[in-house]
Design a protein around this ligand. Structure first.
Ligand code: CTP
Ligand code: MG
Length: 386
């Protein structure tokens, strides 16, 4: 597709997930430590052709949404309707600007970049494009007519994302009879006379519908990921008159740390551990101290960068373990708030962050109170072919 496009991913996540059961609607269940919805969102965020991501959530799901999404850069969520079709229509109505839209079920967490590429390429010739797979199993009618086998020639299993020229699908939804349901958007586009291309789908795109599908998705993810470990270490000297930043928080203390940025020794160790886990240099190679733009910079930006770099490779941060080494300040009173802050920066639940502290029994430079050292270990899962 040539320039001048503005492609929006519209993810519908307003369902109740009744068939899947469980305590939470399925789009908020965790797979590999991220919600099903976050997996879908990240797949679009990391694809260069996608300009914006808009999510449709159910009424009363704001808190679940916030927890699942954190501070990912998305459009403000809109509230869906009683059916999937209504949710899509409300989502389309909230999009201010788009040349094309990819409409996707949150319940399909694994969207490969290749499928997005195929869909977008197909839009060059048609107003719509959908991914589909051949039907392999025998199909038969259940109930009284059991045994009445349905010929599967010409049948396909239709998946999402489904891609459309924005104006075409918006108009098609707006003329669709109120109250009539539709199971996908291609049906609505075709009813309005638009041709829809079929591109090759992906078994990994299968929808989570029943309880056991969550397990299958977990297995699917586990099978293509390997674990990597990174180690980070940093030291900064105390300096009078500086503020003390530790773990992304300003700590009340008579002395702060000297450094080019805010000298947050803990976040520097974490950043290096994350970079180490994906074998991508160190904090100095990404943010050279010679570059004036990092003077006084908040070190949270370094963590953001390392986290985004891992997400862009389809990685998952499983765990970060940090040790802060100093005589003072006492870390204990700040431990919980640092943990919450670091977990927020990493966009992982707090249970996957550990904050520890130790002194060096008054030995060495930390023992003499000349500075603070920090070390961190990050455990990250990355696609096996990385
Ligand atoms: N969906 C939606 N609004 C609805 C119903 C469904 O946004 N009123 C979304 C779901 O969140 C899901 C996708 O549409 O991402 C596909 O629907 P489905 O698999 O049927 O999900 P649920 O409706 O949540 O599940 P169930 O039908 O088992 O209750
Ligand atoms: Mg449903």
């Amino acid at each position: 597709m040539t320039g001048g496009t503005h492609i929006v991913a519209l993810i519908v996540a307003a369902g109740k997930g009744e068939r899947a059961g469980g305590d939470l609607p399925k789009q908020y269940r965790m797979i590999g430590g991220q919600s099903v919805l976050a997996h879908a969102v990240d797949a679009f965020l990391r694809h260069p052709v996608i300009d914006e991501v808009q999510v449709v959530i159910g009424a009363g799901q704001d808190e679940l949404y916030r927890t699942a999404i954190g501070d990912r850069p998305l459009q403000k969520p809109v509230i869906g309707g009683a059916t999937r079709r209504e949710s899509v229509q409300r989502g389309l109505g909230a999009i201010a600007k788009a040349s094309h839209v990819l409409i996707h079920d949150a319940a399909r967490p694994f969207v490969s970049g290749v499928v997005i590429d195929r869909l977008v390429a197909a839009l060059d010739d048609r107003p719509g494009a959908i991914p589909a797979l051949p039907v392999a199993d025998t199909l038969a009618r259940a109930g009284d007519a059991l045994g009445d086998v349905v010929p599967r020639d010409g049948l396909v299993r239709v998946q999402t994302p489904q891609a459309f020229r924005f104006d075409a699908i918006l108009a098609a939804h707006n003329v669709w009879p109120e109250g009539q349901d539709a199971t996908d958007d291609a049906q609505i586009a075709r009813a309005a006379g638009h041709a829809v291309a079929i591109v090759a789908g992906d078994p990994a795109l299968d929808k989570i519908t029943f309880g056991e599908d969550v397990m299958t998705a977990e297995d699917r993810l586990a099978a293509r990921m390997i674990s990597r470990t990174g180690l980070g270490f940093d030291v900064h000297a105390f300096s009078d008159g500086a503020e003390l930043w530790l773990g992304g928080l300003r700590i009340d203390h008579p002395r702060g740390l000297a450094g080019h940025s805010d000298a947050d020794v803990a976040l520097h160790a974490i950043t290096d551990a994350l970079l180490g886990a994906v074998g991508d240099g160190d904090i100095g190679s990404h943010f050279p101290p010679s570059d004036a733009q990092w003077r006084g910079a908040a070190s949270s930006r370094f963590v953001d960068h390392a986290r985004d770099l891992i997400a862009a490779r389809g990685g998952i941060i499983d765990h970060v373990d940090l040790t802060i080494i100093c005589e003072a300040p006492k870390i204990g009173p700040h431990r919980d708030s640092i943990r919450a802050r670091v977990a927020g920066l990493l966009r992982v639940p707090e249970a996957r962050v550990s904050i520890k502290a130790t002194t060096t029994e008054r030995l060495g430079f930390t023992g003499r109170g000349e500075g603070i050292a920090a070390q961190a270990v990050a455990t990250v899962r990355v696609p096996a072919d990385l």
